[in-house]
Ligand binder design. Structure first.
Ligand code: PGA
Length: 253
């Protein structure tokens, strides 16, 4: 089945509101020719969401958040809820990013709760999974990634699974300039697809599986040509309009 490719820029903790507007402006002009052929989103920090939403008016680029809390509201200092993200104009939200897992105590269980909270308000989750270098070297990649996917999706009905994006991001490739080889990426993406088939049947064919980890203009097209790579989650290269556009062009079939 042909899945529309999906490229999301994860801006992490970068960009003031003014800088964010400037980047969106630069993207807008360059993106016009690819509009409609690739789904594109950007995930600015919470403080720039509304500035970016306003700057995206009339563009096909969609707004994403970088995280969410699973409760709707309450005494959770520093957190932002799914209804708040919806109110801010978000169509997508990243959950389970390895930086959240490694630095901020994100677990498979909190990822699952966040997925449920997002789907409950109609925001589409991008669920990040990936192994560390030590796990890969110990031959545990498929076990670790499989466990992360299975736990994130536990109890989800198949129609909800179809609304997810999974981002396979080997931790050793994030921000390091090291990218998974096409063979390494396809092996894990293929394994994720077959696990999704076991868990959700036909719905698995609709799930986009993005690759993330040092995606750059010179490796994007090769990675996205793989049968089970349906797009990219892009960090560093999403902060430069020219690089991000070239990556998006690499997603056009
Ligand atoms: P990178 O980050 O492209 O800078 O490696 C990817 C990510 O963390 O999503």
């Amino acid at each position: 089945m042909a899945r529309t490719r999906f490229v999301c820029g994860n801006w992490k903790m970068h960009k003031t509101q003014a800088e964010a507007r400037e980047l969106v402006r630069a993207l807008g002009a360059l993106l016009a020719p690819v509009a409609g052929r690739v789904q594109v989103a950007v995930a600015p920090p919470f403080t720039a969401l509304s500035a970016v939403q306003a700057a995206l008016a009339g563009s096909a680029v969609e707004l994403a958040a970088q995280d969410v809390h699973w409760e709707k509201q309450g005494a959770f200092t520093g957190e932002v809820s799914a209804p708040m993200l919806l109110d801010a104009g978000c169509r997508h939200a990243i959950v389970g990013h390895s930086e959240r897992r490694q630095l901020f105590g994100e677990t498979d269980e909190t990822v699952r709760k966040k997925v449920v909270a997002l789907l409950g308000v109609g925001i589409l989750p991008i669920v990040c999974v990936g192994e560390t270098l030590a796990e890969r070297e110990a031959g545990r990649t498929l076990e670790v990634v499989g466990r992360q996917v299975q736990n994130a999706l536990q109890g989800l009905p198949a129609p909800d699974v179809a609304r997810l994006t999974v981002a396979y991001e080997p931790v050793w490739a994030i921000g390091t300039g090291k990218t998974a080889t096409p063979a390494q990426a396809q092996e894990v993406h293929g394994a994720i697809r077959s696990l999704l088939r076991d868990l959700a049947g036909e719905a698995a064919e609709r799930v986009r599986i993005q690759y993330g980890g040092s995606v750059k203009p010179d490796n994007a097209a090769e990675l996205m040509a793989l049968p089970d790579v349906d797009g990219a989650l892009v960090g560093g290269a999403a902060l430069k309009a020219d690089d991000f556009i070239q990556i998006i062009r690499g997603a056009i079939r």
